[in-house]
Design a protein around this ligand. Sequence first.
Ligand code: T4K
Length: 371
Amino acid sequence: MNKPITVTQPSLPELEEYTELLKTIWESKIITNNGDFHKQFEIELAKYLKIQNISLFSNGTLALIVALKALRITGEVITTPYSFVASTHALHWNDIKPVFCDINEHDFNINPDKIEALITPKTTAIMPVHVYGNPCNKEKIQKIADIYGLKVIYDAAHAFGVECNNKSILNWGDLSVLSFHATKTFNTVEGGAIVTNDEKLKKRIDYLKNFGFADETTVIGYGINGKMNELIAAYGLLQLKSIDTQIEKRKQNVNFYRKLLTNIEGITFLNDFENIKHNFTYFPILIDKNKFGKTREQVYEKLKENNIFARRYFYPLISQFNAYKELPSAAIENLPVATKLTKMVLCLPLYAELECEDIERIVKIISKKSS
Ligand code: T4K
């Protein structure tokens, strides 16, 4: 049997370099609570990402929960069913009712033309997701938000380093939330962050992620512990050194996939968007069973038999999980595009260290006609 190939594999910093940084931590005995590595990591990340303020978190889900809390979002929030379940769970953890909106076929993101019809007097915000790092239509979303006085919280878990016309897409909306999970292009093992242009809001977020403490004796609200520790911040600083190389390798792998998969009847994929700097976190393909002759499930199983573990991100739709499927907005007739794409999509293995031979092997198995 060939070696297993998983949907992703994290790139890690040089062990020797990391050990050197760990020695400093061992000497200082400052291992968490806004130490020097944490401070430096925030500064370096802000520079790299071309943003003003960033607050580090122990993971993306906690960052999302705190982002909603920091903006005092209540009532109903319009969001996408086509995402990782953490997006909607963050609403639930704030006692907010999710209202699912259908998505676009061309970028897998929330369809802004469908948002307005879902607004009620209880709506307080829109929470779009830049799915696979594809930028949402920020102009249309912001226009709706401005008309109805809504906040916009971007789940940018997939969008590290993504730029539009040389500007970070993390500057859009009121807040953007990143994930640095092991499975992401930029990983800190576990980790996340909130990005905002508003200095005062950053302050509030920093209090909230530290139990609400504004100083030793003042608690400004119902805070939580969402802090990133020094060992992770040091690891993250080293990851920043190699992130451009990693993204470049991922790009080459994506382009190699595209080359091999072009002209296979029934298989489609997205090409790069104009004026967008992508981060190549995922490589989703769509399988049209009528044209291709095999279903997505058959391709997924066939790859699995060959020790290749592609993933059905995002299947099922969040709106189909027991926790959410009774909501009126979860009805499949309201979500025709998301319902269609969730049955067709397969994310193929993609990471910096993936070899060309691996990609050739994967495509060969996919394109083999006999099942
Ligand atoms: N919003 C969105 C839109 C998100 O996609 C996510 C997370 C969040 C919010 C929440 O952010 P975090 O709280 O996670 O920071 C994974 C990740 O756990 C999750 O972070 C991610 N999205 C989601 C899309 O995928 P699983 O359960 O599919 O991952 P898992 O453990 O099956 O890993 C996939 C493959 O990666 C493994 O087969 C092997 C490889 N792998 C994985 C890990 C963890 C490694 O090689 N090394 C590793 O350490 O959820």
